[in-house]
Design a protein around this ligand. Structure first.
Ligand SMILES: *[C@@H]1O[C@H](CO)[C@@H](O)[C@H](O)[C@H]1NC(C)=O
Ligand SMILES: *[C@@H]1O[C@H](CO)[C@@H](O)[C@H](O)[C@H]1NC(C)=O
Ligand SMILES: *[C@@H]1O[C@H](CO)[C@@H](O)[C@H](O)[C@H]1NC(C)=O
Ligand SMILES: *[C@@H]1O[C@H](CO)[C@@H](O)[C@H](O)[C@H]1NC(C)=O
Ligand SMILES: *[C@@H]1O[C@H](CO)[C@@H](O)[C@H](O)[C@H]1NC(C)=O
Ligand SMILES: *[C@@H]1O[C@H](CO)[C@@H](O)[C@H](O)[C@H]1NC(C)=O
Length: 541
C-alpha cells in the first residue's frame, strides 16, 4: 500500500499555511511480509540447503523512494536464530533497526520481527543479507534500490530497464560446516565458484532491446573475493556508487570488492546476438569465472567467442580505477541541491584514527583483529545494554585509536566518538590480501589510497574536492586508504571487514556515536516491538 507523495515544497507550503492545525504529510509506507525458510538450491550444480525469502534465492528486491518507510515483517522459519541487515541503508537515528547482533536481538526460530526502516535522505543501490552465524554462505540476500523522489533531477535519462546483478563467490559446502570449520580455529578454504543472481555459468539471462540503454545495479554479495565484472562487446558507463552519483566515466571492466555496489548504464549498440557477462576473481592464483547471458530480444545467435579477458595486473589497474571514481559535484543526490554543496574538504578534522588489520592465532585458533583486538560478541546486544544502562556488557575505549603493537587478544571492542565529530580514519593494511571495510550508519569520503605506510605527508595527495562518498572501501595489500567521516548519526554502529570469515573471527568493532544530552532530535527511542534478549530480557521498553 502506498499513500500520496508530496514534494518538499508542497510540504513546506502546507506547513507554512496551516502550521498549527495540520500534521506534516507523512512519508509513504511500503509493507513487506518475508518468510525465511531453508530450501534446496544448486547454484553450482551441487544440491545444498539455501536460505530463501518467500521461496526465492536471491530474495526479492527491496524497492523504495527516498524517505519511504519500509515495514518489513520477517518470519523466521529456520531452526536457528536469524537476522537481516541492510548494507548501506543508514538507519538514521535508529541503529536498533540495523539487524546486526550488536544492535538487535536475533529473531528466535518460529518467531517474527517487524523492521521499521526509513530510507531517509538516501538514493542508490545497496543490498540486504543475513548477518548471524555464517548464514550469508547460504544466500538470504537481495538487492535494495532507492529511487530519487519525482521532481529531483537524476543526471541521466531514464533507462529502458533496471536490473539487479548480485555477484559473489560461492561455496558448495553447507554453511554450518563452514561455520564449524571457523569455530574449530581454521581458515575458510578457497571458494568453489562464482554465482550471478544465484546461478553459475550460463544460468542467468538478461533480455534487452537493441538500441536501448539499461541500468545494471551490481553488488558483490560474496564472502571474500574481489571480482571483476565486464560485458562482451559493451562498455559500461558508471553513474552511481553506493548512493552517490558519479562523474560518468566509461569502463571496459570494473573491480568490485566484497560488499560494494555500483550502477552502470549500458547501451545495446551491437549486432543482434547474445553476449557474455563475466564475473571473475581478482588477485587470486587460481581464477574463478562465471558468466551470464545478455540476450538481445531480436538475437539470432547464441553466445560465442572467447570470454572477454579481465585485468591481469596486480594492483595498478585497480588502484587507478578506484582513484578515477569521483563524485559529480553538480548532480543532485537525494536532495535537489547539488552533491558538491557539502564542502567536506573545508571542515577541520577533530580526530584521526588509524586502524590496522591483522591475522594471528589466539589460544591455538585462527583469529583476525583490528588494532590487536579480536572482537567477540557479548551476551547482550550492545545497543540494548546502552539503552537499559546494563553495566559490564562492554567498555567504551576497549579498542584504541591507533595500533598498539600488542599481541592479539579477544574483547568486545567498542570505540567511543562524539556526535558531530569530523574524523579522519586511516586503514592501513600490512597483509598481502585486499581488505574491504564497511561502516554501518554512514557514508564517508574516500579521500586517498596508496601503497606503503601512511604518514602525515600522505595528506598532501588527498582529494579534498570530489572524492567519492560511499559506505564500503577497499584497502589494497601493503597499502593504506584514508576516509573522512562526519559523525552526524547517533547510535551503535558496526565497523567491519566484509571478508566474512574475518568479520566472523573478530575483524570488526562497534563505533558508539554518542551525545550525552539524550534527545529525540538525535536518536529515536527503542522500538515498541524490540525483541529483548540476554541481560535485557524482561526489561520494559
Ligand atoms: C512460511 O513457509 C513455511 C514453509 O513453506 C510455511 O509452513 C509457513 O506457513 C509460511 N509462513 C508464512 C507466514 O507465510
Ligand atoms: C509479528 O507479526 C505480527 C503480525 O503478524 C505483528 O503484529 C507483530 O508486531 C510482529 N512481532 C514483532 C516482534 O515485530
Ligand atoms: C554531472 O551531472 C550534471 C548534472 O546532472 C550533468 O549534466 C553532467 O553531465 C554530469 N557530468 C559528468 C562528468 O558526469
Ligand atoms: C555456456 O554456453 C556456451 C554456448 O552455448 C558454451 O560454449 C559454454 O561451454 C557454456 N559454459 C558452461 C560453463 O556451461
Ligand atoms: C579550521 O581551523 C583553522 C586553524 O585552527 C581555523 O583558522 C579555521 O577557522 C577553522 N575552520 C573552520 C571551518 O572551523
Ligand atoms: C539510563 O541512564 C540515563 C542517564 O543516567 C538515564 O537518563 C536513562 O533514563 C536511563 N535509562 C533507563 C532505561 O533506565
Amino acid at each position: 500500500m502506498m499513500l500520496g507523495r508530496f514534494s518538499i515544497w508542497q510540504k513546506l507550503a502546507a506547513i507554512l499555511v496551516v502550521s498549527v492545525v495540520v500534521v506534516q504529510a507523512e512519508d509513504p509506507y511500503r509493507f513487506y511480509n518475508w518468510n525465511i525458510t531453508y530450501g534446496d538450491i544448486s547454484p553450482l550444480g551441487v544440491q545444498q540447503q539455501g536460505i530463501l525469502i518467500n521461496g526465492q534465492f536471491p530474495g526479492p528486491d527491496l524497492y523504495s523512494v527516498t524517505n519511504d518507510n519500509l515495514i518489513i515483517n520477517v518470519f523466521n522459519n529456520l531452526d536457528e536464530p536469524f537476522l537481516l541487515s541492510w548494507n548501506g541503508v543508514q538507519q538514521r537515528k535508529n541503529s536498533y533497526q540495523d539487524g546486526v547482533y550488536g544492535t538487535t536481538c536475533p529473531i528466535p526460530p518460529g518467531k517474527n520481527f517487524t523492521y521499521t526502516l526509513q530510507v531517509k535522505d538516501q538514493i542508490g543501490s545497496f543490498y540486504y543479507f543475513p548477518s548471524l552465524a555464517f548464514h550469508k554462505a547460504a544466500g538470504g540476500y537481495g538487492g535494495i534500490r532507492i529511487l530519487s523522489r519525482p521532481k529531483i533531477p537524476v543526471p541521466f535519462p531514464d533507462p529502458a530497464g533496471d536490473f539487479t546483478v548480485l555477484i559473489g563467490d560461492w561455496f558448495t559446502t553447507d554453511h554450518r560446516k563452514l561455520k564449524a570449520k571457523l569455530d574449530g580455529g581454521h581458515r575458510l578454504p578457497f571458494p568453489d565458484g562464482i554465482v550471478i543472481n544465484g546461478h553459475g555459468s550460463n544460468g542467468t539471462t538478461f533480455t534487452v532491446e537493441q538500441g536501448k540503454t539499461y541500468r545494471f545495479r551490481i553488488s558483490n554479495v560474496g564472502l571474500q573475493n574481489s571480482l571483476n565484472f565486464r560485458i562482451q562487446g559493451h562498455l559500461m558507463k558508471l553513474v552511481e556508487v553506493e548512493g552517490t552519483h558519479t562523474v560518468q566515466t566509461t569502463y571496459e571492466s570494473l573491480d568490485i570488492h566484497v560488499g560494494q555496489s555500483y550502477s552502470v548504464l549500458v547501451t545495446m549498440d551491437q549486432a543482434a546476438k547474445d553476449f557474455y557477462m563475466v564475473a571473475s576473481t581478482r588477485f587470486t592464483d587460481k581464477i574463478l569465472t562465471s558468466t551470464a547471458t545478455l540476450h538481445y530480444s531480436n538475437s539470432n545467435a547464441p553466445v560465442s567467442g572467447p570470454l572477454p579477458g579481465g585485468p591481469t595486473d596486480e594492483i595498478d589497474f585497480s588502484l587507478n580505477q578506484a582513484r578515477s571514481i569521483r563524485t559529480n559535484l553538480t548532480a543532485s543526490g537525494p536532495r535537489p541541491n547539488p552533491q558538491g554543496s557539502y564542502h567536506y574538504g573545508l571542515i577541520n578534522i577533530t580526530r584521526t584514527i588509524k586502524l590496522v588489520n591483522s591475522a594471528d592465532q589466539v589460544n591455538g585458533k585462527q583469529r583476525y583483529a583490528v588494532n590487536s583486538v579480536s572482537f567477540v560478541p557479548a551476551d547482550t546486544p550492545l545497543k540494548l545494554a546502552d539503552y537499559f544502562n546494563i553495566s559490564g556488557v562492554f567498555r567504551v575505549g576497549s579498542i584504541s585509536d591507533n595500533p598498539t603493537g600488542q599481541k592479539m587478544y579477544l574483547d568486545t571492542s567498542v570505540m567511543g566518538a562524539d556526535h558531530r565529530a569530523f574524523v579522519e580514519i586511516v586503514f592501513e593494511n600490512h597483509e598481502s590480501i585486499v581488505q574491504s571495510w564497511h561502516i554501518d550508519g554512514y557514508n564517508f569520503r574516500v579521500v586517498g589510497m596508496d601503497g606503503g605506510l601512511w604518514t602525515p605527508e600522505s595528506r598532501k595527495q588527498y582529494n579534498l574536492n570530489d572524492a567519492i562518498s560511499r559506505c564500503t572501501t577497499q584497502v589494497y595489500p601493503k597499502s593504506w586508504t584514508a576516509i573522512y567521516i562526519g559523525l552526524d548519526n547517533v547510535g551503535m554502529w558496526n565497523v567491519r571487514s566484509e571478508f566474512w570469515a574475518r568479520q566472523y573471527l573478530g575483524q570488526q568493532f562497534y563505533l558508539r556515536v554518542y551525545n550525552p544530552v539524550r534527545s529525540l532530535r538525535d536518536e529515536y527511542l527503542i522500538p515498541k516491538n524490540a525483541l529483548l534478549c540476554g541481560r535485557a530480557e524482561g526489561k520494559s521498553s
